[in-house]
Design a protein around this ligand. Structure first.
Ligand SMILES: *[C@@H]1O[C@H](CO)[C@@H](O)[C@H](O)[C@H]1NC(C)=O
Ligand SMILES: *[C@@H]1O[C@H](CO)[C@@H](O)[C@H](O)[C@H]1NC(C)=O
Ligand SMILES: *[C@@H]1O[C@H](CO)[C@@H](O)[C@H](O)[C@H]1NC(C)=O
Ligand SMILES: [Zn+2]
Length: 336
């Protein structure tokens, strides 16, 4: 390796800002959840958010991506992902002890804000923020590249999409969902959510939706979120980078790559919305409360991943790369 990665990163041209599913993805996840939560959960959420409109969750779904760019909210930037230090495409895995650093990650954040939204001793504003973060982070954790350390979650893999120079992370967040739907307005999200809700209730997802709640446990947010992180991370090996980073670097991905990716994107958006509804039901009522759901099986027993000394160095480098890149959109990056 001739040039250290950190130096290489500093030589990269300015990259577009990326932050998990774009507006379309997050709003769609929220609308799907609205379609599945129980009536009492809906009232509970509307009270906290002081919003009884028909988009009470969708309206707050991207707040966290604006807040992270404020001075006050900068601490929350690492909460949008977990940098899994695995080896795609040959092996994918997420390990909490290995991959969630001291400053936190999406798994610790979901756990923290689940506790906080339930306590009575924080201010109404803080409780509102906690709920807004849960709505957002359960979306984020379902984007495979939010569960991957390689190339800063694909942010440093340059690609083109429909003639635009961008990066792999960004096309998973925004370009591919927007190509499918043809826009990113609240109405686009609502229509996509209506379609995916029907697929869950009686369409192509009907037979699998109950299985999506496998491992969900209202008393253990960390274990539940780890199930979702591992589920999404597995797609890094199978679909995001099946032939490694070099196979897609500088390639046009709006053709055959898009065709293989889009079913996974639809599936992950549907799962995120359904699991968000179940999670909010558990918080508000203590019950999963989804009629199509079978009784969830217990959380799977997860073998601890031992960290080899060789990997410790690799993890340090990945964290240095993430730090050099900036917690948000690169060293100079800013939201748009
Ligand atoms: C939990 O959330 C609060 C409020 O945002 C934050 O101050 C605190 O650092 C968080 N704790 C953890 C462990 O993430
Ligand atoms: C709020 O209550 C929790 C226990 O439910 C406790 O751990 C926490 O310290 C309390 N916070 C404040 C600010 O009193
Ligand atoms: C969802 O949209 C797709 C693509 O337009 C369509 O083929 C499918 O029938 C729709 N599903 C439902 C349940 O309406
Ligand atoms: Zn995010």
């Amino acid at each position: 390796m001739a040039i250290p990665k950190v130096l290489l990163l500093s030589l990269l041209p300015f990259l577009p800002c990326t932050s998990a599913w774009g507006t379309l993805g997050h709003d769609t996840v929220a609308f799907i959840a609205q379609n599945f939560v129980s009536a009492s959960t809906a009232t509970w959420a509307q009270n906290i958010l002081a919003d009884t409109s028909t988009s009470y969750l969708a309206s707050v779904a991207t707040w966290a991506d604006s807040y992270r760019y404020t001075t006050e909210g900068a601490f929350s930037a690492p909460y949008h992902y977990i940098d899994a230090n695995d080896n795609p495409p040959s092996s994918c895995s997420v390990d909490y002890d290995r991959d969630c650093p001291a400053e936190g990650c999406v798994v610790s954040a979901i756990a923290n804000y689940t506790t906080r939204v339930k306590t009575s001793n924080i201010s109404a504003t803080e409780k509102q923020k906690a709920l807004k973060w849960i709505v957002h982070f359960i979306g984020d954790i379902h984007q495979p590249l939010h569960d991957e350390a390689l190339e800063v979650g694909g942010n440093t893999i340059s690609v083109t999409f429909s003639g635009t120079a961008t990066n792999l992370h960004h096309i998973w967040d925004s370009n591919m969902p927007e190509k499918l739907i043809g826009g990113y307005s609240l109405t686009d999200a609502k229509n996509w959510a209506t379609n995916l809700t029907a697929e869950i209730k009686s369409g192509s997802y009907a037979s699998q939706a109950a299985g999506w709640l496998s491992g969900i446990n209202g008393a253990d947010a960390k274990a539940s979120s780890m199930v979702w992180a591992k589920d999404a991370n597995a797609y890094v090996c199978s679909t995001v980078l099946p032939n490694g980073a070099e196979a897609v670097r500088n390639q046009a991905l709006d053709g055959a790559y898009y065709d293989k990716a889009i079913p996974v994107i639809e599936l992950q958006i549907a799962k995120a919305g359904y699991r968000l509804a179940a999670w909010l039901n558990l918080i508000a009522t203590g019950q999963v409360g989804l009629s199509v759901a079978r009784k969830p099986r217990g959380a799977e027993v997860v073998e601890a991943v031992r960290i080899a000394p060789r990997d410790e160095e690799r993890i340090k480098m990945a964290r240095r790369a993430r730090a050099a890149f900036g917690w948000n959109c690169g060293p100079e990056g800013h939201s748009h």
